[in-house]
Design a protein around this ligand. Structure first.
Ligand code: PHB
Length: 393
């Protein structure tokens, strides 16, 4: 290179460093983080906090040369009115440029409406009803949909000796989607749904429903119930009614045996078969790194679960988006970057499709004891399933 060329290059490098310094002095990039940090689903907030802390410990607290500041807001549970108020304030008063989080479908629908109006991108951690993304062009999902998790399961059940199944699903968005997906795929594959009940989201009394199941004497129960406080209440009612002793098996989505409740469920959970997108026992180098970093930041012996994995992916996606735009957020450019994004997650490979929804592996797992600890041990995979439950490969 000529001396002139070298000088020009040195000037450019200097300018780059100056720009970097200028960005670093700039206001932090404000991002809203909305979800349950107290109440019956407070475990959600504990998982997200630890996953974000683990990621920032590994990658620092800046992206694209700009400090990232999360403004944390507590929904206290499924409360769309509270979410509307919190998100409205985040957008108009706090001037956040991006919103992430969200645990329950009703909260997601409220947040997605405001994201659409204000053109503020929303990256959903959980909230599993497919239709949340319809007519919400600035909203994307990094968790899962219930149709995605349930459809491969129903096909598998019909092929693996299950004929008569009783369906239990919570009476709101993700439950209704799970119930419909199960009934459709199971009956198409020759199975018979012998009855169904729909417990409410708030304060479900599973013992009343379990009695009806007992009277119907099915071979198995299919159940979708949201993580939070449902798994313990359901399993207690199942045990108290002695359904296990009369041979009624449980087929559930992994919300029921997620790692943050597994220790509390104890040995009665042994042998339960579930399908899901994440298991702490997933055998990959990235998951080993993730779980190690998670345990180093989590409080109260919290185990990494599906929410923690999705949150880790959301913060990773945010860093990629901010890096690609050098510290600035343009809503349309952000959504263009999200569509078609694919990367390795602690759960395995994931991709976001043109409809802004997640495509990922669905794992079949069985609760087993590994080294004295209850784990969801994966035994089969349906690769790269879309939000409707169809394999894309
Ligand atoms: C939801 O409301 O979409 C939801 C909440 C908790 C879950 C699954 C789905 O475990």
């Amino acid at each position: 290179m000529s001396r002139m060329g070298l000088r020009a290059l040195a000037a450019l490098v200097g300018l780059g460093a100056l720009c970097g310094a200028a960005w670093a002095d700039e206001e932090p990039l404000k991002i809203g983080l909305v979800g349950s940090f107290s109440g019956g689903a407070a475990q959600w907030g504990i998982s997200v906090d630890a996953a974000f802390a683990a990621y920032q410990k590994q990658h620092g607290d800046s992206a694209g040369g700009r400090k990232i500041e999360f403004l944390r807001r507590d929904t206290t549970g499924p409360n769309p009115d509270i979410v509307r108020r919190l998100v409205q304030e985040l957008i108009s008063r706090d001037k956040v440029e991006l919103i992430c989080g969200i645990e329950f479908t009703p909260n997601a629908l409220a947040a997605a409406g405001l994201s659409t109006q204000a053109k503020v991108p929303l990256l959903i951690v959980n909230a599993a009803t497919t239709e949340i993304l319809t007519n919400a062009p600035y909203t994307s999902r990094f968790g899962f949909t219930t149709a995605q998790i349930v459809t491969p399961f129903a096909k598998w059940a019909a092929k693996n000796g299950y004929h008569d199944v009783y369906a239990i699903y919570t009476d709101y968005g993700p439950g209704i989607e799970a119930g419909n997906a199960f009934k459709k795929a199971f009956t198409e594959a020759g199975g018979n749904v012998v009855g169904e009940v729909k417990p409410p989201l708030i304060s479900p009394d599973y013992s009343a429903y379990i009695q009806r199941v007992k009277d119907a004497k099915p071979q198995a129960i299919f159940i979708f119930a949201p993580a939070a406080d449902h798994p313990q209440i359901f399993l207690k009612a199942y045990r108290d009614a002695g359904l296990g002793e009369i041979g009624v098996k449980i087929l559930a989505t992994g919300d029921l045996t997620n790692e943050s409740v597994l220790n509390n469920l104890g040995d009665p959970a042994l042998g339960m078969i579930t399908t899901f997108d994440y298991s702490e026992a997933h055998d990959s180098p990235l998951n080993k790194e993730f779980t190690k970093a998670f345990y180093a930041t989590a409080r109260d012996n919290t185990r990494p679960d599906f929410t923690a994995a999705a949150a880790y992916d959301v913060i990773n996606a945010i860093y990629k988006i901010v890096d690609a735009q050098h510290g600035k957020i343009d809503p349309d450019r952000t959504m263009a970057l999200i569509k078609g994004m694919s990367f390795e997650s602690p759960r395995g490979p994931i991709a976001i499709d043109q409809n802004r929804d997640i495509v990922q592996n669905v794992y079949f797992r069985k609760v087993e004891k590994v080294g004295g600890k209850l784990e969801n041990v994966e035994f089969q995979t349906t690769p790269m399933v879309d939000d409707h439950g169809n394999p894309t490969k």
